[in-house]
Design a protein around this ligand. Structure first.
Ligand code: 6PG
Length: 241
C-alpha cells in the first residue's frame, strides 16, 4: 500500500521533499558511505531543489558523498531550457560542493539509443548488475506518465534493460528514461505531485483499476523498497472517489 502524505501547498510539499532527501542522505551516508539519488525532471521538484541549495539544508550533508542521477531526460543539449539536467543544475547543483564526477548526466545531445546504452553502462559501473538507487524522485503528468514512461509507448514493458530510448508520439520527440525495472529496484521512491489538473488522474493511478498502459505511474511498485506519494491539497482533491 502506498504511503500518501498530503500538504497544504507547494511550499510545504517542497519542504517535505527536501527533508526526505536530506534525511535519506544522512542515514544512507552514515550506513553506506554514499547516497545515490535519481532526480525527477519537470517543474514540480524545482522548489525542493532550490531549498536543498539554501543555507538551512546545504550544510546538513557532505555533498562529496552524494551521487546524482536522473530518472529521465529530454533529447536536448545540457544547456537547453527543456533539459532536466539544466533545471537541476540551475536550481541547486551549481551552488553545491558536489564533485562533477558525482553527477551522472543523461546525454540528451546524443543519439537516444547511444545515450541510453551509455547511461546503462554508467549505472552498471556504479551499482554493478542491478541499479539500487537509495532514492528516486518522480513526477507525474496529468496523463499518468512518470519519468518518460508515457501511455502507450514502447518503454513501458521493456523488461530487458535499465535505461532505454522512448519515442513520445504526442510530443513528437525522443526521451531517455529509466525503465520500471530499474526504478522498482530503488530503496525508496517518492512521487511529487502538485496541482488540481492532476487530481483526477492521481485518483485513478492510486485507487483505480490497474491499467498501466494508460496510467504508467501504476508500473512503479518497488520490489524491496518503499513508495511514498508527496502531494499537495489541490492534487488530492479527487482522492478516494
Ligand atoms: C519530464 C519528467 C516528467 C515530469 C512530469 C511532471 O522529463 O518531464 O521527468 O516525468 O516529472 O511530466 O512534470 P511537472 O512537474 O512539470 O508537472
Amino acid at each position: 500500500m502506498a504511503n500518501i502524505s498530503i500538504f497544504t501547498d507547494i511550499q510545504t510539499l517542497s519542504q517535505a521533499v527536501a527533508n526526505l532527501f536530506i534525511d535519506n542522505a544522512i542515514l544512507t551516508i552514515e550506513t553506506k558511505g554514499r547516497f545515490s539519488v535519481a532526480l525527477a525532471g519537470g517543474s514540480t521538484p524545482q522548489e525542493s531543489y532550490e531549498l536543498l541549495a539554501s543555507e538551512k539544508y546545504s550544510k546538513l550533508i557532505n555533498w562529496s558523498q552524494v551521487y546524482i542521477f536522473w530518472g529521465d531526460e529530454r533529447c536536448v543539449p545540457p544547456d537547453h531550457i527543456e533539459s532536466n539536467y539544466y533545471m537541476a543544475w540551475e536550481a541547486f547543483l551549481k551552488y553545491l560542493p558536489i564533485p562533477t564526477t558525482n553527477i551522472y548526466r543523461m546525454e540528451g545531445e546524443r543519439d537516444p539509443w547511444e545515450a541510453a546504452q551509455r547511461y546503462q553502462d554508467k549505472l552498471m559501473d556504479f551499482f554493478g548488475e542491478i541499479p539500487r538507487f537509495d532514492l528516486i524522485l518522480l513526477g507525474m503528468g496529468n496523463d499518468g506518465h512518470t519519468a518518460s514512461l508515457f501511455p502507450g509507448t514502447k518503454a513501458l514493458f521493456d523488461s530487458k534493460v535499465m535505461v532505454t530510448a522512448n519515442y513520445i508520439e504526442k510530443l513528437s520527440s525522443w526521451r531517455i528514461t529509466l525503465t520500471p525495472l530499474a526504478i522498482n529496484q530503488a530503496s525508496r521512491i517518492a512521487f511529487i505531485v502538485s496541482g488540481e489538473n492532476k487530481a483526477s488522474t492521481l485518483n485513478k493511478v492510486i485507487h483505480g483499476k490497474y491499467k498501466p498502459d494508460i496510467y504508467p505511474s501504476q508500473l512503479i511498485k518497488p520490489v524491496h523498497g518503499k513508495l511514498n506519494w508527496y502531494i499537495d491539497k489541490n492534487a488530492a482533491t479527487h482522492l478516494h472517489e
